[in-house]
Design a protein around this ligand. Structure first.
Ligand code: ATP
Length: 300
């Protein structure tokens, strides 16, 4: 996790993305989001959580100017984004859609990852090297000759991630990256997200999977009724029962296990590693203490 975060989970450096949205109204008159100020800082993984229809996708789609506020402002790497320079937002903020099929455009995985680079006029040799590197970063090199449409959901998600990663954005946004994946695939995608963060790219994702959010996020933003109702560390958010209830959320399994085990300590474990360490401490000198694994922590 980031070492440069303050106690409320916010990195102090200049934000890479800063959004102020007084409201976003869809064409049918539905207000998808209102009164939101949201920033993405260098070197952080931010998880957006909240019930169905709370505004997560609406917020994410503002970060690369796919949607624009009725009233407000988007700044990306210090530049105000206007109708004339949306391309700057698209280039700096890579978006991985939940439905990977919407992003697949080419007959093979390698061609698919190359597509964006060709659009940017990157010479063929360099493009191929970068595409292969991006596929290797997400452990998908073995898929490069496959037909994208026939990949499994988890494989498509990794290829979509490589297709965005290859363009070297400052921030990667993922809408529900774990939806529809089995626990092993979720763990793999979570692991790759941490790897991308370690390479200096900030990540913002929305998810209903609070176990995985607890395992990988530096900061958690809770949305309810189209607004951000909290932005804080996983420890603060996931031990705040009133906040979770207001957002129709249940605490992650690590928190439930910690409580069941009577571990209401100031340490507030949220990751599996933190939980295991505390349970081990608690059981030192007793019978060794069996530990229930949540199965969500990414491997390094
Ligand atoms: N294209 C659209 N037209 C009209 N209303 C929309 C549109 N997209 C979203 N909304 C509405 O905006 C609100 C926020 O929706 P959004 O999709 O951002 O929520 P979400 O938190 O991502 O939900 P979920 O977890 O179910 O994916 C909801 O009331 C939704 O019905």
């Amino acid at each position: 996790m980031s070492e440069r975060t303050t106690t409320d989970g916010v990195n102090e450096a200049e934000p890479l993305v800063a959004l102020r949205c007084e409201a976003h109204t869809y064409p049918d008159g539905t207000v998808g989001m209102h009164d939101v100020e949201f920033a993405v800082h260098p070197d952080e993984v931010v998880a957006l959580v909240g019930g169905n229809g709370s505004g997560k996708s609406t917020l994410l789609e503002h970060l690369n100017a796919t949607l624009v506020p009725d009233e407000g402002e988007l700044r990306v790497t210090g530049q105000a984004v206007t109708n004339e320079n949306k391309a700057h937002a698209r280039r700096e903020v890579g978006f991985v859609f939940q439905d990977a099929d919407t992003q697949i455009v080419a007959p093979t995985v390698l061609d698919d990852v190359l597509f964006g680079l060709h659009n940017y006029g990157v010479p063929a040799d360099e493009a191929e090297r970068r595409a292969r590197e991006a596929l290797a970063t997400v452990d998908a090199s073995h898929l490069e000759d496959r037909i994208p449409h026939y990949l499994s959901g988890g494989e498509k998600r990794l290829v979509g991630l490589a297709g965005v990663l290859v363009l070297e954005p400052s921030v990667i946004v993922l809408d529900e990256p774990f939806a529809g994946l089995d626990p092993e695939r979720s763990r793999l995608v979570a692991d790759r997200i941490r790897r991308i963060d370690a390479e200096g790219i900030s990540v913002v994702l929305s998810t209903h999977d609070l176990d995985t959010a607890a395992a990988i996020a530096d900061r958690v933003c809770v949305m309810a009724d189209g607004g951000v109702v909290s932005s804080a560390t996983p420890q603060e958010v996931f031990y705040d029962d009133d906040l979770l209830e207001r957002a129709n959320l249940h605490p992650p399994s690590t928190v439930r296990i910690a409580r069941d085990a009577g571990l209401e300590t100031d340490a507030r474990p949220v990751t599996e590693t933190e939980l295991v360490a505390l349970l081990d401490e608690g059981s030192a000198g007793t019978d060794g203490g069996a530990v229930a694994h949540t199965g969500t922590e990414p491997t390094d």
